[in-house]
Design a protein around this ligand. Structure first.
Ligand code: HAM
Length: 448
């Protein structure tokens, strides 16, 4: 369908790989997610699966690697993502391929490729996974990051835009974070052309005051001047003509209805004429989700934790029959960072309750089945099977912060008993091995 051009063989020496720092082996802009942080990710994933199932969205997985032409065609030849940020290379067959910089083009391709237009419309899908953008690494900006993406394809009605915005808000609310939706309408490409001409006329005499990036944007990507974060550009933008004043009538009507639906659902939003988004395929509704902090970090512009909008030409660009679409994506690193900083941090870390210590060969052999018995009964248990000294094992139990340790020694093994040790006061008691689950459950009740 979209045949990638063959790229000439490159005879260049491979460039040196850039590391995060002299002493680090990981690439700049890439990061590990450690086990102790995983509870946040799991919480977000679990919440997403539940919420999207309840609202009738099907989960979709699309490849990490696609033909470069898919992204050029959809995101736009002159966008920052396509010109500077894609991890593009030639595969062994000589085709130009790219690591996905976002999920929407892949999902739209799958919609066309699997004839989803013939299913009852709209088709609602969500996807979670890693993305790659060769961005300038800085706080909240990575070269590998993750998104939670949701799309409604095959629906022109403004209620679909409102649903996407409402669900995004609901998701933040469930995570216990305060946000406000910044919303704009980008109209249709035809009405936007007129506006872009006006914008160029406004900025041209002020060109020398613009940052270097915006000087380039002035000719090829003029709209992006409006969301530049450089202070000098931001000052100029305050007086710039606003797109909302030049919308075609149908887009105006569409926008008003989206806002009416949002008013009914009590989603907090602000009209923001500077939301233009960095991807070419948007028309009409465009929005970004801004976190609200109790104490605003002065002179720091908060980063959007998510963004999206309507795309009514994207499916056709890919080669499908026309189909309307709207969607959004959360940046999960940024979202989780906000959850982490939030006072209402809703993530519960499951703390181990019991440590199973064993002394001697025979007791060690019993340890696996006993561990499994405790686990099956719903007790959160930990052990270190390869340690044999009691002191060492109790130290580990202490570090883990368990409420009780159960100690299976040589004597207990022969008597079919086990010791329960209260980790707070060190008091120990011998109980029947048979009754250990009931005994622990009874005692743990007082610690809930
Ligand atoms: P986007 O605004 O490019 O939209 O990305 C969505 C979110 O991903 C951003 O708001 C941000 O939180 C996060 N993000 C983007 N770049 C980075 C980065 N380099 N490091 C960390 N986080 C980042 C899209 O990608 C569209 N596909 C959204 C969409 C879906 N529109 C319609 N459907």
């Amino acid at each position: 369908m979209f045949k990638a051009k063959k790229v000439k063989d490159s005879k260049q020496e491979p460039k040196k790989i850039k590391r995060a720092s002299k002493h680090s082996a990981i690439l700049r802009g890439f990061k590990d997610i450690l086990p102790e942080h995983m509870c946040y990710w799991q919480h977000v994933y679990n919440l997403a699966h539940k919420l999207f199932f309840d609202y009738g969205y099907g989960q979709i997985e699309v490849p990490l690697l696609e033909q470069t032409s898919l992204y050029k065609r959809t995101i736009g030849e002159h966008t920052d993502i396509v010109t500077k940020e894609m991890f593009t290379f030639e595969d062994k067959g000589g085709d130009s391929v790219s690591l996905r910089p976002e999920l929407t083009p892949g999902i739209a391709r799958a919609y066309v490729e699997h004839g989803m237009l013939n299913r009852p419309q709209p088709v609602k899908m969500y996807s979670i996974g890693p993305l790659f953008r060769y961005d300038r690494p800085q706080a909240g900006r990575f070269r590998q990051f993750h998104q939670l993406d949701m799309e409604i394809i095959g629906d022109e009605n403004p209620i679909a835009d409102a649903e996407i915005i409402f669900l995004s808000y609901l998701f933040c609310k469930k995570l216990g974070i305060d946000v406000v939706m910044h919303i704009n309408s980008l109209g249709m490409p035809e009405s936007r052309e007129e506006y872009i001409k006006l914008l160029k006329e406004y900025y041209k005499p002020k060109r020398r005051l613009l940052c270097e990036d915006c000087k380039k944007r002035l000719t090829k990507n003029t709209l992006r001047l409006l969301d530049c974060k450089e202070p000098s550009c931001r000052d100029l933008t305050q007086e710039a003509p606003q797109l909302i004043d030049y919308l075609d009538d149908e887009s105006k009507q569409h926008f008003v209805r989206v806002l009416e639906y949002l008013d009914e659902s009590e989603v907090p939003y602000e009209l923001n004429p500077f939301i233009v988004r960095g991807l070419d395929y948007y028309n009409r509704t465009a929005f970004e989700i801004m976190p609200v902090f109790e104490k605003a970090e002065e002179d720091k512009i908060p980063q959007a934790i998510g963004g999206g909008g309507r795309y009514d030409q994207l499916i056709e660009l890919i080669g499908g029959r026309p189909a309307h679409g709207v969607g959004m994506a959360f940046g999960l690193e940024r979202l989780i960072d906000v959850v982490h900083k939030s006072k209402k941090d809703s993530v519960k870390r499951k703390r181990p309750q019991v440590f199973l210590a064993q002394l001697g060969e025979e007791a060690a052999k019993r340890a696996f089945p006993l561990f499994e018995r405790l686990r099956e009964s719903g007790i959160c248990v930990r052990a270190n099977f390869s340690k044999s000294g009691l002191k060492q094992q109790l130290e580990i139990a202490d570090k883990l912060g368990v409420v009780y340790s159960v100690i299976l020694g040589q004597k207990e093994f022969l008597d079919e008993t086990i010791i329960i040790r209260d980790m707070e006061n060190g008091i120990q008691e011998v109980v029947d091995l048979e009754k250990i689950v009931d005994e622990l459950k009874k005692r743990l009740k007082n610690h809930e």
